[in-house]
Design a protein around this ligand. Structure first.
Ligand code: HEM
Length: 562
């Protein structure tokens, strides 16, 4: 095991920031004393050793605060109000945030403690803190870089997403068929299915196929067993799912770090929690990357020069670079960007359709009228289907797959005050600012008094003109500005394709709450809470993406003509 764990690296940094200056000060003072009187009193030596580092820390904090007040005044701004804890270093606030992030309704702790960033994207970047947190998993890929490196990543990947590829629909079709037949098998046994699990397999198998040309075939592994069913009743055809599990574990590692904040390395004093899972991920990827590089290098020069409409992202990327680390970072970042987001949105959509059968009926009518009971949907079909787009948008409004995010300020800047007439809030350079799209999407002042309700018509009727058209920044599931999601169109195609196929095959969806293990069900006290917390039948939580704790257990009724 390497001694250079994240925790040790942080302690070394702190040693040089606080202990070394304190010792330096001690040496300087003792020199001055020795000039007049060679023996420094024992109490002074002890006081320096015991109090030196905390005093150096306190002086640094006081100096920073004074400097911030002065810089805020220059910008005509005021300091952001601070949360005042009861313990030194706000340790009580930190532990409360960690605990509530684990158990409370997603976003609630943010709502109670933090301020919301609205539209000030230009003064911010991802920043060093986020990069340090995610580096061991995402490397320097598009999701985790800024400046020139980010521009490079974005430039090399963008052409791949520029036009819709027929081959993508072939991939969706193959994996959708497999997914639906797995679901039917389970429903025929009379049991529920964890839709979140099965759809995550679908998006992983589809994404690995279109990114690397190698499907990880998670749809062939055994499905999880409902809480209320004996495992022996279900067939077990398990095969290795190491890659999928390891990649998820690595993401959980990043999410944990983000919850703790900048002191996360202290929790990893004895080892990097993402190192083990990332070793498995890298072992899976390395031969695939090497094969793609070799194939490119052995192709004739004439072939290399001709721009080909490659089927896979990797096939496209090796034309730009054969640096194996760059290639790995790129495909892993896009796998993360594209896989869990679509799985999360489809899971939320199925939940909402189960909760609102009249929406399901209307959506099914659109599918049957436009495409019929069995034909494969085309790109043109999907483009013309207004209601399916409204259902997906309304799902993304209430349950945005990336519910919260962070940015770091580049220079000293300000945010307009939430209370009109008050001075703006001062944001010093290099400050991490967290913002929640989920909370913004549910604000009644932005979306109307029924903001908490699921109603796809708000994307079709007068409410569209009243709220969204004049103020498009109130709906940001795909982010906005130069870092807007590259895969937005791909995602709408994939999600619409799957929903259409599901509704061609099934005529109703019900939640099976008994199949969910009791510790994963929403706590009884949520029922009396206001807003969506009081409505929800599942516990929404987030790693980098939103998910349902313990899965989303549903039953579906097969359509007569399926
Ligand atoms: C419902 C589905 C999706 C949602 C809600 C979504 C949402 C987002 C969001 C919020 C970001 C900004 C993240 C940030 O800057 O911190 C983003 C970035 C990105 N997304 Fe998506 N995404 C989805 C699907 C996809 C798919 C399917 C792909 C590709 C196959 C993809 C590729 C990307 C890439 C490459 C970026 C990075 C852009 C950059 O930083 O310049 N996304 N996405």
């Amino acid at each position: 095991m390497s001694w250079k764990t994240p925790g040790v690296v942080l302690l070394i940094r702190w040693f040089f920031s606080f202990v070394v200056p304190a010792v330096g000060l001690f040496i300087a003072v003792s020199r001055i004393f020795s000039f007049y009187d060679p023996s420094l009193p024992l109490w002074a030596i002890l006081a320096f050793f015991v109090g030196g580092t905390p005093i150096a820390f306190a002086v640094r904090v006081a100096w920073t605060q004074r400097s911030r007040r002065r810089r805020a005044m220059i910008l005509g701004a005021r300091a952001v109000p601070c949360v005042e804890g009861k313990r030194i270093g706000n340790i009580d606030v930190l532990t409360t945030i960690m605990k509530r992030s684990e158990h409370d309704y997603n976003g609630q702790v943010m709502y109670d403690y933090m301020s919301i960033l609205a539209t000030e994207f230009n003064n911010y970047w991802k920043g060093d803190n986020f990069r340090a947190t995610a580096q061991s998993v995402l490397g320097t890929g598009v999701f985790n870089s800024d400046g020139e490196t980010w521009k490079f990543h974005r430039a090399v990947t963008r052409p791949f997403f520029n036009h819709d590829k027929i081959s993508h629909f072939d991939i969706f079709d193959r994996h959708t068929d497999k997914t639906i037949s797995l679901m039917k098998e389970r429903f025929n046994l009379g049991h529920a299915i964890d839709f979140q699990d099965v759809i995550s397999r679908f998006t992983l198998d589809s994404a690995t196929e279109f990114l690397f040309g190698h499907c990880v075939d998670t749809l062939f592994a055994a499905l999880p067993c409902p809480y209320n069913v004996d495992k022996a009743e279900l067939p077990d055809n398990s095969s290795s799912e190491r890659f999928a599990r390891a990649f998820l574990e690595a993401q959980h590692g990043i999410a944990k770090r983000l919850t703790v904040g900048q002191t996360w390395p202290l929790l990893e004093l004895f080892g990097d929690r993402t190192a083990g899972p990332m070793q498995i991920v890298n072992e899976f990827l390395e031969p695939i990357l090497k094969e793609a590089i070799q194939k490119h290098q052995s192709s004739s020069d004439a072939d290399k020069d001709v721009f080909q409409d490659e089927e896979t992202l990797l096939g496209h990327l090796v034309h730009q670079t054969t640096d194996i680390i760059l290639l790995r970072d790129e495909v892993l970042n896009i796998l993360l960007a594209g896989r869990d987001t679509t799985a999360s949105t489809l899971t939320s959509a199925i939940y909402l359709l189960a909760m609102h059968p009249h929406v399901l009926t209307r959506l099914r009518e659109e599918v049957l009228a436009k495409i019929g009971p069995s034909r494969r949907p085309t790109y043109d079909d999907i483009r013309d289907m207004k209601y399916i787009r409204a259902v997906l948008n309304e799902t993304l409004r209430l349950f945005p797959a990336v519910p919260a995010n962070v940015r770091e300020s580049i220079n000293d800047t300000t945010l307009s005050s939430p209370n009109p007439g008050e001075k703006p809030l001062f944001i010093p350079a290099k400050t991490t600012v967290a913002y929640s799209v989920l909370l913004m999407h549910r604000r009644p002042d932005l979306w109307g008094p029924d903001a908490d309700e699921f109603d796809p018509d708000r994307f079709l009727d007068d409410r569209l003109r009243k709220y969204l058209i004049p103020n498009p920044f109130i709906f940001l599931p795909f982010n906005a500005g130069p870092r807007i999601c590259l895969g937005q169109q791909f995602a709408y195609n994939e999600m619409s394709f799957m929903l259409i196929r599901l509704l061609q095959n099934f005529s109703s969806i019900t939640l099976d709450l008994d199949a969910q293990s009791p510790e994963c069900r929403p706590p009884a006290e949520w029922a009396t809470a206001g807003g969506r917390k009081g409505i929800e039948k599942f516990r929404p939580k987030a790693t980098l993406t939103l998910y349902s704790v313990g899965g989303m257990w549903v039953k579906m009724e097969e359509a007569e003509n399926a």
